[in-house]
Design a protein. Structure first.
Ligand code: HEM
Lengths: 357, 620
């Protein structure tokens, strides 16, 4: 018994060391991203302005369809032409943080490699923590936080690996992860402990793991939305013929176009919404087993519901004329703020059955 | 044409499909001989509409309700009623109501609620006395059953029903009709491709029809083109989701109205029978009838609690298990174990384990040594280490040394693990009974139980009682170990803390009909959502006509309900497959360069567009 306890404490110790190491590597990745942005700012900017003010008709995106066989008899293969609706700004995506500079790109790649390394260490920290407590690593806010940020980075790396153009997420993401881990290690730290019986259920496992995953993906959507708002006002300023500030120009010009950011945010949020719905249902089932009622307007339940309704509003807004674009984006940000409040605020400011941390 | 060109300016990326469709429709309107397509009629309204509305035309591929932005009030009561109804069932109002519902839920999470914890409500009210009347008037302690909260969700659900019904009819109509014929100029669709082939137009159309059907499109040929549509399940999913919301709401309401919920504390060895009189406390919904209580009995055989014995979390509970024997009338006895997350379910009634504590067994004797009380006395925990307190009441049978009938009462304080003599204040250091100590102090007089006022069994009302004093005149109080006896002064008798300590467990017995429906609704909602968000509804047209030079011109176009990144890919894939059957003809003279290759056609060169010309020619 004491031997087992000692092993557990050792594991918890190792976990802490890993988390601190991950933070160190994330810091390096953060600096590399900064370098990427700084070096990239030397590149020639103003593509967006050129695209918006130039007289050339907005280029249609031409998708070259590659044939299965390169037979010589085939003289030409069909090309699919996609058209944007008139009125949408046909603006190409920015070149990314590195701004097309070789050096900036190098730092960007270094940042991503460091992020991968940090993620491995981070995931190791979460895993050893789980082993030390011999259960899923989300029994309190400290564990929840370290798991959440590791899932966040994991989701981002998966998107990168799937060749999605999400490198623009790098800097805000690594910054957030550092902040999250900082808060977790300084204010939320809890020595390894076990769960009280009410928290010991496989529905908890399902409910919390999906909640964490949803949060991570909602976060990606929120960053996309926020940047969309900036980029959109930048583009409309240019379209009106105004001259945005130099810093804004340098930074925003390198981001994907407003339309791309908006699309990214929508897809991410819409894709995860059903899972969030499921998360709440799983929570209700668990509450039904643990407390004898599946829904009792406990603060955590209320805020899950508010978050859910806010995202449903966002999805409706996207389908409603007059609410598209910026208004819908603001709704999406409010919805994410609700998620955040549910995660931190409710545990800290409100007490209820769920506030176990 | 200019209408659509300007009208698009309000949109963002998502308007693409809509505007493109509106354009296509316009063309059908203006071009003589073009087929009367579904999109033609849709676009007629778009043309009449102002800017923002035309972006909405995109939704007409689905059965989403049309926004009536300019739907001003019409004369008369019926006119007003219709206007009101149209507003209520518009998506805009649904959105606003949904937002209001989210907002309205907020205060309930910040202000204590009667339905969650009425003790907290009372504490809050005592602290904020000046606010209490206002808050009470606004029903802020009962947010989720308040008039205003109910009003919002009832309006929302009326709106929802008003939205679902017409959409369902519309959708059924769409299912019974066929995909609309190809618009005049396919080149204006969001995704477009064209090539020339030596295969005959009929051959191309046949191949296209077969291919699209194989890909599970609903397809048919109208004149020179094949029309196909796919992804109807999106709409089905959306309808299922919204209907499921209604099912969930109804199930929730039924649950609230017909539920019953009661608590019972049981000492090991005791039993419970599910009738109203057996409950310690009982709550029920407004339509609940106590005859609905499911008849069954159960007995608590044993309660087992184990705790972390070392480490920083020493004392944290590990397992709580209540072993029970239960039976229904005429049925056999059955054994079950109730755990915190595992209730016992009897005929829809659930028995949850809520809390537990200790019930030391004591024996009280009078001055003559006659036993006047003997039994386990459940005491209520006041901290995590189960330091407990309560009272022992000897109601009748006791006579004092003069033979006069009176009553005895004891205040009891119990710790399962005493810190040790010398440093022992009476607080427990561990929740398991490792070193149990019972501290008692006694009173005599009237317990006040006959006063007619309801009494708390765990508290002693000493207003009519006199405390026993020791020789020095101090209040008599002793800490007893198991088996020890405290003598009361002047031959008043004694009280013995027996060797045995029983445990008790408290249960919540609840019945809430509608749970099954709520769960079914929830599952359907998720399934519907997945369908509604992941399936794309899209149309594909394939037109094949013989050009002036005798070579067949194939045109393919795709239109998605919402922005769909997959649409061009899918069209490309279809085009490639079709292209294998109908390969590109050898390079023709320069004039027949496909228009798409050089960018989207614009109005100025439309007239000279060879494809368009030949298409019109083919219609004769
Ligand atoms: C309880 C309130 C409601 C909730 C929680 C809710 C939720 C949702 C959600 C999450 C979606 C997204 C699915 C998608 O984008 O396809 C959706 C779509 C939709 N909802 Fe609702 N809804 C509610 C009430 C209503 C009402 C009252 C209406 C009618 C005015 C309505 C009409 C629609 C329509 C037309 C869509 C499809 C939009 C599209 O095609 O993109 N909903 N709803």
């Amino acid at each position: 018994m004491t031997l087992a306890a000692a092993t557990n404490e050792n594991l918890a110790e190792i976990s802490n060391i890993l988390i601190y190491s991950a933070m160190a590597v994330y810091t390096l990745a953060f600096l590399a991203h900064i370098a990427e942005w700084v070096l990239g700012s030397r590149s020639k900017v103003g593509r967006t302005a050129a695209a918006l003010t130039g007289t050339a008709p907005a280029a249609a995106v031409t998708v070259q369809v590659r044939g299965k066989q390169g037979g010589t008899a085939v003289l030409e293969k069909p090309k699919v032409v996609t058209r944007s609706a008139p009125g949408t700004r046909d603006v190409p995506d920015g070149p990314g943080a590195a701004g097309g500079t070789v050096q900036g790109d190098l730092y960007g790649r270094i940042a991503i490699s460091l992020t991968v390394l940090a993620f491995a260490v981070h995931a190791g920290g979460v895993l050893t923590r789980a082993l030390s407590v011999q259960r899923a690593p989300w029994g309190n806010m400290y564990e929840f936080s370290i798991t959440f940020s590791s899932v966040l980075v994991g989701a981002y790396l998966v998107l990168l690996a799937a060749k999605k153009k999400v490198r623009w997420l790098g800097l805000p993401l690594v910054g957030t992860v550092l902040a999250d881990l900082g808060v977790a290690t300084t204010w939320l730290y809890t020595a390894s402990d076990q769960l009280v019986p009410a928290l010991d259920s496989y529905w908890l496992w399902i409910h919390v793991s999906t909640a964490i995953f949803c949060g991570a993906v909602f976060y990606l959507g929120a960053v996309g939305t926020l940047l969309y708002l900036f980029r959109d006002s930048y583009e409309s300023k240019l379209a009106r013929g105004d001259q945005p500030g130099a810093f804004a120009t340098s930074v925003l010009d390198r981001l994907p176009s407003a339309a791309s950011l908006d699309k990214f945010a929508y897809r991410v949020n819409a894709a995860i919404f059903p899972l969030w719905t499921f998360t709440i249902i799983a929570g209700a089932i668990w509450a039904g087993d643990a407390w004898g009622r599946y829904w009792g307007w406990d603060p955590k339940e209320v805020w899950s519901f508010i978050t859910w309704a806010a995202y449903a509003c966002y999805l409706h807004a996207r389908a409603t004329a007059g609410w598209k674009g910026r208004k819908a984006a603001v709704l999406a940000l409010i919805a994410f703020a609700c998620w955040l409040f549910n995660y931190y605020g409710v545990n800290i400011f409100v007490d209820g059955l769920h506030s176990y941390a | 044409m200019s209408t659509t060109e300007t009208s698009g300016t309000t949109g963002t990326g998502e308007t693409r499909a809509g505007t493109a469709q509106a354009e296509a429709g316009n063309e059908a309107e203006t071009e003589a001989g073009a087929a009367q397509t579904g999109s033609g009629t849709e676009a007629a309204s778009a043309q009449a509409d102002t800017g923002a509305a035309s972006a909405e035309t995109g939704s007409s591929l689905s059965t989403a309700p049309q926004e009536e932005l300019t739907g001003g009030p019409v004369l008369g009561v019926i006119g007003w009623a219709r206007w009101f109804w149209r507003q209520l069932t518009s998506m805009r109002v649904a959105l606003i109501l949904l937002l209001m519902l989210a907002l309205a839920a907020v205060p309930g999470s910040l202000i204590p609620q009667n339905s969650v914890d009425d003790l907290k409500v009372r504490a809050w009210q005592e602290k904020n006395e000046s606010w209490t009347p206002l808050f009470e008037k606004l029903q802020l302690f009962d947010v989720y059953s308040s008039v205003w909260f109910s009003a919002i969700y009832i309006l929302l659900f009326v709106s929802l029903i008003g939205c679902i019904v017409p959409r369902t009819w519309q959708f059924v109509g769409q299912l019974r009709s066929r995909p609309p014929a190809a618009p005049g100029r396919l080149g204006r669709m969001p995704a477009y491709t064209t090539w020339r082939t030596e295969a005959a137009p009929e051959e191309v159309r046949e191949a296209a029809l077969a291919l699209l059907k194989r890909r599970r499109f609903r397809a048919h040929t109208v004149k020179d083109a094949v029309s196909a549509e796919k992804g109807y399940l999106r709409e089905v999913g959306n309808l299922i989701f919204h209907v499921a919301l209604i099912v969930m709401l109804v199930a929730f309401a039924v649950g609230q109205l017909f539920k019953s919920e009661g608590g019972k504390l049981i000492v090991e060895g005791d039993g419970f029978s599910n009738t109203l009189t057996h409950y310690d406390d009982f709550r029920s919904g407004s339509l609940y009838d106590t005859d609905d209580l499911v008849p069954f009995t159960f007995m608590l055989d044993e309660f087992t609690g184990t705790y972390e014995t070392n480490g920083p979390q020493r004392g944290t509970p590990r397992t709580f298990e209540a072993a029970v024997t239960w039976s229904q009338p005429g049925g056999k006895d059955q054994k079950s174990v109730i755990e915190v997350n595992k209730p016992l379910v009897v005929d829809g009634t659930k028995v949850y384990l809520l809390a537990h504590g200790y019930a030391p067994v004591v024996t009280v004797r009078d001055g003559k040594g006659k036993v006047v009380f003997s039994g386990a006395v459940p005491l209520l925990p006041i901290d995590a280490n189960i330091t407990s307190q309560g009272s022992i009441k000897v109601m009748d049978g006791y006579r004092d040394k003069n033979g006069k009938k009176t009553q005895l009462g004891f205040k009891a304080f119990f710790v399962p693990t005493f810190a040790g003599h010398g440093n022992g204040n009476m607080f427990s250091t561990f929740p398991a009974p490792d070193f149990p100590v019972l501290a008692l102090t006694g009173y005599t007089g009237s317990l006040g139980v006959d006063s007619g006022l309801p009494q708390n069994v765990y508290q002693l009302d000493t207003t009519e009682m006199k405390q026993f004093k020791d020789e020095k005149g101090d209040p008599l109080a002793e800490r007893l170990l198991q088996g020890e006896t405290m003598k009361l002064p002047d031959g008043a008798g004694s009280i013995t803390f027996e060797k045995e300590i029983k445990e008790w467990a408290s249960f919540q017995i609840s019945q809430s009909p509608g749970n099954g429906w709520a769960l079914a609704g929830a599952v359907a909602a998720v399934a519907g959502l997945v369908g509604s968000l992941f399936i794309q509804r899209r149309r594909v047209w394939v037109r094949a006509v013989r050009g002036d030079d005798g070579v067949t011109v194939v045109e393919m176009a795709g239109l998605g309900r919402s922005e769909s990144p997959k649409l061009p890919e899918e069209l490309a894939d279809l085009a490639l497959t079709l292209h294998e059957r109908t390969p590109t003809a050898p390079e023709p003279p320069a004039i027949s360069e496909p228009p798409a290759a050089s960018g989207p056609p614009n109005d100025s060169d439309d007239r000279s567009d060879p494809v368009e010309v030949s298409a019109e020619g083919a219609e004769k």
